[in-house]
Ligand binder design. Structure first.
Ligand code: NDP
Length: 335
């Protein structure tokens, strides 16, 4: 069936400006780190991507290494893009990244100019795109000058392969240095992509003021702590089809007594608001003014819909944020 996007796709989604840039992102964006490799049926992937776009989720986040295997999420996205989404290219914000291990040898990872630009070209080919909207340095490289890595991002923009650039997993000092290195090329550091959720609060230690200082905004990844901040494991068992059962990134050791006590208390607060725990977790990251978008994953259309449903509910009150505080304990989940 050819895809005919819903006419209603912009009726209810909220779009937030990213820092001082012209980039606007939906309150909830969809990432393809998991659930879009060759281990998942393409029909399910297509259904999730179609439903997301129909609900106003115009931003899809990828990286060279997403899969498994590495590269397959971009290839699968490229298939659905080619068959369904291509007519809507000018409505879409598609991002990719380079930084982690992709191919053998000294130029297969990190932040050299050679790796960054070769990887971007490979990503464009896999996705069937002429350009990406955002190209990220996926992680800081301690051994390559920041000027070189940012120079590669600048070339990506100047050569038309990317419209905006960003960094991911950079600490506050690295972020400030990245913005300064890009400024030499008259290119702003538009966006930062850090991990942030109730169980991982490390970025509260200094990143937000730096983003204000340099005019950048944030899209935060794993806002649901990979599913730990949902009802997925709340009864203390691990569903066979869950990420914890798969065991690549989280596993049964994550489901501790402390975890269960905190997640059940948070679930109670969510239920009192008439929403799911996942929705509460999304409101919680979006309470920060620098956070333009919560970057979720979803293994089903139902999960996606539940998460986007958060945006129809009221923001957290000061009292609710205070009630959450004792249970939003950094370090509860595995890093
Ligand atoms: P989340 O914290 O949103 O976790 C997603 C998982 O949570 C799903 O796969 C699903 O688990 C579960 N889930 C989601 N919604 C619900 C729901 N409503 N009810 C119950 N369970 C739910 O995000 P991810 O960790 O997947 O990361 C999101 C994106 O962030 C990635 O795809 C990627 O784009 C980006 N990212 C970036 C990184 C970086 O270094 N820059 C690193 C990691 C992620 P299950 O599969 O068990 O059903």
């Amino acid at each position: 069936m050819p895809f005919d996007a819903a006419q209603t796709r912009y009726d209810s989604m909220h779009y937030n400006r990213v820092g001082k840039s012209g980039l606007k992102l939906p309150g909830v964006s969809l990432g393809l780190w998991n659930n879009f490799g060759t281990d998942r049926p393409l029909d399910t992937q297509r259904a999730i991507l179609r439903r997301a776009f129909d609900l106003g989720v115009i931003h899809f986040d990828l990286a060279n290494n997403y899969g498994p295997p590495a590269g397959s999420a971009e290839s699968n996205f490229g298939l659905v893009y080619g068959s369904d989404l291509k007519p809507y290219r000018d409505e879409l914000i598609i991002s990719t990244k380079a930084g982690y291990d992709m191919w053998p040898g000294p130029y297969g990872e990190w932040g050299s100019r050679k790796y960054m630009l070769a990887s971007l070209d490979q990503s464009l080919t896999r996705m069937g795109l002429d350009y990406v909207d955002i190209f990220y340095s996926h992680r800081p490289d301690p051994n390559t000058p920041i000027e070189e890595t940012m120079g590669a991002l600048a070339t990506a923009v100047q050569s038309g392969r990317a419209l905006y650039v960003g960094v991911s997993n950079y600490n506050p000092d690295e972020t400030r240095a990245a913005a300064a290195a890009l400024a030499v090329h008259n290119i702003p550091l538009a966006i930062h992509q850090p991990r942030y959720n109730m169980f991982d609060r490390h970025i509260e230690d200094g990143l937000f003021p730096v983003l204000d200082e340099i005019g950048s905004g944030a899209i935060v990844f794993s806002p649901l702590a990979q599913g730990l901040l949902t009802d997925r494991y709340i009864d203390g068992t691990i569903p066979a089809d869950s990420r914890a059962a798969e065991g690549r990134w989280i596993n049964s050791s994550t489901i501790t007594d402390d975890y269960l006590a905190r997640v059940r208390a948070l679930n109670h607060i969510a239920n009192e608001r008439g929403e799911s725990l996942a929705q509460l977790a999304l409101h919680w990251v979006l309470r920060q003014p620098q956070v333009a978008s919560a970057l979720i994953g979803a293994s089903s259309v139902a999960q996606l819909e539940n998460n986007i449903g958060a945006l129809a509910k009221p923001a957290l009150t000061v009292d609710e944020i205070a009630a959450i505080e004792p249970f939003a304990v950094d370090g509860t989940s595995l890093r």
